[in-house]
Design a protein around this ligand. Structure first.
Ligand code: OGA
Ligand code: MN
Length: 259
């Protein structure tokens, strides 16, 4: 059996991920999660159940086929760098319902592995520029259910999940307030989809850094989805266990279920 040492050099970890995906899936993905700060034991156990990373979820040719379907449309859009307040900076995005059959098969595999039931018909595609960043946020409970999954194309990256302050920032309470104020204009703004906490400091918080290898699938659900912000570190901060993780252009294919 493959024993993964937490201190293995990153390049070696990534190489093993790519070579021995099946074994790693069986063993678990602890080597891809770096827990930081003082985690209560129970929280950490729960987090491990609800934040999964499957390496080599798609093959190189599947990655290429997905990319080929997305690229003609995506390359016509402009990367948005204008609104510094938005949760995402340096990105272009679209939603897609109809897919070529071979890509539809990949999405069906996502549904089977990550979701109990149906996924939303529109799949979200996010193209993050090399110097783009996803800042800490929680996806709105109004537009998105218990589970969010993402396939990473073209680049490795580091995702950080920070425990939110239950008193000051609690999605579930927020959504109750939201429900009474629904208006369609609001629904068009980034803020309606992605809630950003006011307090950005990591001091006194516990969090986890996740290594998301290119072609992996992450599945973020329940506690990981509701009680933690998620973010993709900017290229200048992109490191895992002290080793730089070069982040180039990254496309993510994100499936969600209904609220
Ligand atoms: C988002 C998001 C994560 C990713 O679009 O809200 O968090 O993997 N994306 O791109
Ligand atoms: Mn999000």
């Amino acid at each position: 059996m493959l024993i993964l040492n937490k201190c293995l050099p990153l390049r070696q970890i990534l190489r093993r991920c790519h070579r021995q995906a099946m074994e790693i899936t069986k063993i678990g993905n602890n080597h891809l999660i770096d827990f930081k700060g003082k985690w209560p034991e129970e929280e950490q156990q729960e987090f491990r159940l609800h934040m999964r990373i499957i390496t080599d979820f798609i093959s190189e040719s599947e990655e290429q086929q997905l990319h080929e379907e997305i690229e003609p449309y995506m390359s016509r859009l402009r990367y948005e760098f204008d609104h510094w307040d938005d949760a995402i900076h340096g990105f272009r995005e679209t939603e897609r319902k109809k897919w070529f059959p071979h890509n539809r098969e990949v999405l069906e595999r996502v549904r089977q592995v990550a979701f109990d039931g149906a996924i939303m018909p529109y799949i979200h595609i996010l193209d993050l520029a090399p110097d783009g960043v996803i800042k800490p946020h929680v996806d709105s409970t109004r537009y998105c259910g218990t589970t969010i999954s993402g396939i990473s194309l073209l680049s490795d990256s580091v995702m950080r999940l920070v425990r939110t302050d239950a008193q000051r920032y609690q999605q579930n309470q927020q959504s109750t307030t939201d429900a009474g104020e629904t208006d369609s204009k609001d629904a068009d703004t980034d803020a309606a989809y992605r809630h950003q906490p006011k307090e950005a400091s990591l001091e006194n918080k516990f969090y986890a850094d996740l290594l998301l290898p290119r072609r992996s699938l992450y599945i973020m659900s329940h506690t990981a989805r509701y009680n933690f912000t998620h973010e993709i570190l900017a290229k200048e901060h992109s490191q895992f266990q002290g080793t730089p993780v070069p982040k180039t252009r990254r496309i993510s294919i994100i499936c969600r279920n209904d609220p």
